[in-house]
Design a protein around this ligand. Sequence first.
Ligand code: ZN
Length: 386
Amino acid sequence: MMDYNALDKIVSDYIKNNSFYVQSIPEIEKMASEILAKETPNISETRWSKKIKLNDSINIVYDFLTKINHDLALEFYNIMHSVDSNNNPIVTFIPREELKTKKNSGEISTNDSHVNIIDGKVYIAYDESPNDLFEILHEMMHKMNDQATIKSGKHFQTYARDYFSETVSFTSEMLLGDYLVSNGIITENDFNLRKEERLNSCKEWARNFIINAELIKMKERGQDISYEVLSNFLSNYDKTSPIYNVLIDEAHDYRRINQIIETKDMDLGLSQKYVLGYYFSDKISKSKNATQELLYLHNAIANPNTKINEVVDIIMANLNINSDYDIETQMDTIQKGQVEEMHGQHNESPEPDKKLDEIEADLAGIKKEIDNYEEQINQTNQRRYR
Ligand SMILES: [Zn+2]
């Protein structure tokens, strides 16, 4: 028997303390619907084409980074070889199943089972398949984002980094996949296996997001959450909406709602970051200067002064969505010095792409919604860290 009172209280408390994520619901919901409607790539063979030794995977990822940016490759190398104050390596490779077991047993302690960077240490799951290449790059990009926020020994928490870290890691993965396939290191089918796994896991995040969002909308309409409200809601929902299927699915086992009650927390913010990450990485990786865009994003979000709306500006500009945008001036204010060598490549403006009009509308909405984010999150953090 579900505890509706407990659920009602969790949702009400969440709304009070997370206004940024709550305000972003309408825009992220459009992205979530788009992700849910996406077809999975063609898979001709469900097994990996080959075995790759862990050391080879590390070297291949390093080679890929040298093609993207010398400093990034150097940083990757340094982190791989550095140790903490107890002389233990910063990066630990653990067989995939063992990592799961150690997290479940608490031997590796984390509040969130999706996080693989714990107390500054990076845990990378491997199984000597082409999948390792993507895992290594994904986690190391997180670590490098994080590393870049340590300035003169002081660790800056940057909200932009937190909000966009999955966007950076997902985009890197897509560029790595293209590199691996075009250099004959893995097959197109191998890349599709990874893409399929990514899409499926992001569809789950999209579902989590939607269930969280619907509960919040109920409260915002002034309804107390009860059995009647939930079942009425479901039977009256617009059956042509892609969201309808998500709600039907949830009604079978209430697994997301049960999880909210069990953990006494909603994962609207977390699922939002994955939905956003998938959505943007999908667009960025298909754009003309994808590599440059990835570097801009990586540099910009590491800067403690960067605002989330500025990052959205960068993404919009680089996708050539906002034609008035002055990339030179904007980047000067964000990361003076670090991006000098890249400027030349953004001087000429590519042909406008009409299909991007819709994205523009989406993004303009988000940009507006998140204008107040820094201030709100600051208030939350002052409470939390005081
Ligand atoms: Zn991640």
